[in-house]
Design a protein around this ligand. Structure first.
Ligand code: HEM
Length: 318
């Protein structure tokens, strides 16, 4: 085929790991070293950076829309229900962007920073590694509606969660493998309180929860107040990327309802929970594959979007 006669807008660009090898050969190293510093300072930052990439990709694709602050033309996704008082890591992304702009101005996108930081974070806390396809560009807008509607909520039913993943081109294996991101990091009391006091409207705790785990959780997550009190998503090894997340679910000690339903609401997801609990290598392999798949959701490429100079603002919006 003679590509010379192909109109530019019909050419398909895809992401590839060597994208910056000539334009910014140190890009990957720079990201890695700043992520390593940030995680050394606070281990939880690894979890926060993994989640940031997820919340970016599920809204208009992996285009760094999640990083834009409010401005005259932008209603920031940072104010959405899943993100408000919850999403973090923005200062680390700023630090990475500043270092990359010093090394190779106008070259490395904020969306690619998020994808690399998620991989580096995973590796730093003991998880699998993968090659990160690169070449994403940054959005010219944000979508708070998308953020509210497209990111699964912890009290969504399993069919709703599966539907929200399907909309992104992700399947049931991706749902279960990527939920394993909850092997690190923290949740606020408000994200799971309903399970402790009134799961089905009958004033009782979620019957799938281990009873001693319920009383333990109630101590830090009272019926009212303490909304922002923090609890590990994996109460056994919350700073280590391993498969305890799945083992906990099998023991009735998964923290979020969305974690627990993977075991009790579908035979297919239950089989995967059991497989990952029994075989950490299988989990790691699937997690890495699914992260690449998630990172490929609707990227802007070629001449679409822009390479932001500051991840919080559009270039023309000084
Ligand atoms: C399956 C649907 C999912 C639901 C319903 C869900 C929900 C949540 C909730 C409610 C929190 C706690 C937020 C808070 O209370 O402040 C959380 C934290 C987290 N989520 Fe998810 N999540 C899902 C999928 C994912 C995926 C796909 C990933 C990444 C691959 C991920 C990674 C994380 C991480 C690492 C944290 C901890 C963040 C931190 O400590 O800063 N989650 N998630």
């Amino acid at each position: 085929m003679q590509l010379t006669f192909m109109p530019r807008e019909l050419l398909e660009y895809s992401l590839f790991p060597q994208f910056y090898d000539h334009s910014c050969p140190k890009a990957k190293e720079i990201v890695k070293s700043i992520v390593a510093q940030a995680v050394a300072k606070e281990t939880r930052m690894a979890a926060s950076l993994v989640r940031l990439h997820f919340h970016d990709c599920f809204v208009k694709g992996c285009d760094a829309s999640v990083l834009l602050d409010n401005s005259s033309s932008i209603v920031s996704e940072k104010g959405s229900n899943p993100n408000r008082n919850s999403l973090r890591g923005f200062e680390v992304v700023d630090q990475i962007k500043t270092a990359l702009e010093a090394a190779c101005p106008g070259t490395v996108s904020c969306a690619d920073i998020l994808a690399l930081a998620a991989r580096d974070s995973t590796v730093l806390v003991g998880g699998p590694s993968w090659d990160v396809p690169l070449g994403r560009r940054d959005s010219l807008g944000a979508s708070i509606q998308g953020s509210n509607n497209d990111i699964p909520a912890p009290n969504n039913t399993l069919p709703t969660i599966i539907t929200k993943f399907k909309r992104q081109g992700l399947d049931v294996v991706d749902v279960v493998a990527l939920s394993g991101g909850h092997t690190i990091g923290m949740s606020r009391c408000t994200s799971f309180r309903q399970r402790l006091y009134n799961q089905t409207g009958n004033g009782m705790a979620d019957s799938t929860l281990d009873v001693s785990f319920v009383s333990q959780l109630r101590q830090g997550c009272p019926r009212s107040g303490g909304d922002n009190n923090l609890f590990p998503l994996d109460f056994v090894t919350s700073t280590k990327f391993d498969n305890f997340y799945y083992k906990n679910i099998l023991a009735g000690k998964g923290l979020l309802s969305s974690d627990e339903v993977l075991l009790t609401k579908s035979a297919k997801t239950a089989a995967l929970v059991k497989a990952y609990a029994a075989d950490v290598n299988l989990f790691f392999q699937h997690f890495a594959q699914s992260m690449v798949k998630m990172g490929n959701i609707s990227p802007l490429t070629g001449s679409q979007g822009e390479i932001r100079k500051n991840c919080r603002r559009l270039n023309n919006n000084h």
